[in-house]
Design a binder for this molecule. Structure first.
Ligand SMILES: [Ca+2]
Ligand SMILES: [Ca+2]
Length: 334
């Protein structure tokens, strides 16, 4: 028996080392797809563009023209007098930036062209579009970026890029439909008239996902010696952490017992499956050396809300999410 035990120990060590190396996840970069807006609003109102909705779709083929598919910008007030370069604001880009991602860059594609004389005594030159961004629903705007000089047929102008933050400070929530805005203002000589054709505007966001970590319920069940830095005790009750567990008759179990809960067909069984992951999640979130995707407060609030719903689909959905987080990485040593 003694020889067997001596044999097993180095083998287990090798298996643990292998699993640690396989499960470790590096931080990784990603981007949204290039997204068009769904909504628009007049920026300044003295002399707004005509047909602003035509810049929602980038649908004029590069190298051609089709005025009916473009918003028309102007600088000269038709009523006479003012030279006003009016703006249009585009939003509802539905940019899928993961919560908590670090923003690396923003790319804006402006498609359009110019009309008007390009030669002779009335030739006009220097027509451009300027783009501004907002991550707070238009309360503040970045410095602008300009296209190169527009040509007489449709072209796409890429502003910013994968490492360009437009001198702004951004979080993932800056890109929600409620917050993100793109403003377009024509640029060029004054008294130019109506010669800016904006075919479409599109946005792509580049980001990096953090190197999140999480340990499994099995780890926490077998390593109660690692619990003290979390501030939680194996013997404290479920109800002391997840108040809604009491309504399901589960509040009196200890956190350690909950890590051993099994499944089954009833609502209470499904709640037990959630609580297995919930206890591991709260320990991961509370441990100072584990970079968990959620805070303790978020875990507790989400678990209580799911339990209170008494809805099996809701409970199992959160169970699945936490199970994923709790298996992010074993490359952590509490
Ligand atoms: Ca186009
Ligand atoms: Ca268009």
């Amino acid at each position: 028996m003694k020889r067997q035990a001596e044999f097993r120990k180095p083998l287990m060590t090798v298996i643990l080392m292998l699993s640690t190396m396989l499960i470790a996840l590096p931080a990784h970069a990603g981007s949204t797809t290039l997204q068009s807006p769904a909504s628009y609003a007049t920026g300044t109102t003295l002399n707004p563009p005509s047909d602003p909705e035509q810049a929602i779709a980038n649908d004029v083929t590069t190298g051609t023209t089709n005025d009916a598919l473009c918003a028309l910008f102007r600088t000269t007030n038709p009523g006479g007098g003012d030279d006003v370069a009016d703006s249009e604001i585009y939003y509802d880009f539905s940019l899928a930036v993961p919560a908590g991602a670090t923003i690396d860059g923003i790319e804006v594609v402006v498609s359009g062209y110019r009309t008007g004389p390009t030669s002779g005594p009335h030739a006009i030159s220097g027509l451009i579009f300027n783009a501004y961004l907002s991550g707070d629903a238009g309360s503040s705007w970045t410095t602008f970026k300009s296209t190169s000089e527009l040509t007489t047929t449709d072209a796409e102008y890429t502003l910013g890029g994968s490492t360009d933050l437009w001198n702004g400070i951004w979080t993932s929530s800056s890109f929600s439909n409620a917050n993100f805005r793109l403003q377009i203002i024509p640029g060029g000589p004054l008294n130019t008239g109506e010669h800016w054709k904006l075919d479409g505007v599109q946005v792509r966001v580049y980001y990096t996902l953090a190197d999140f970590e999480g340990l499994s319920h099995g780890y926490w069940k077998n390593h109660t010696e690692d619990w003290p830095p979390t501030g939680y005790s194996p013997s404290q009750t479920l109800a002391s952490v997840f108040s809604e567990s009491a309504d399901l008759g589960l509040g009196g179990y200890t956190l350690l017992q909950a890590l051993d809960f099994g499944g089954g067909p009833t609502l209470t069984d499904k709640a037990q499956l959630l609580l297995v992951q919930a206890v591991a999640a709260v320990l991961n979130a509370a441990h100072p050396d584990i970079n968990y995707p959620l805070t303790v407060a978020q875990v507790v609030a989400q678990v209580n809300a799911a339990l209170a719903s008494e809805d099996v689909t809701t409970i199992l959905a959160l169970q699945g999410v936490l199970d994923g987080y709790n298996n992010l990485s074993d490359d952590v040593e509490p």
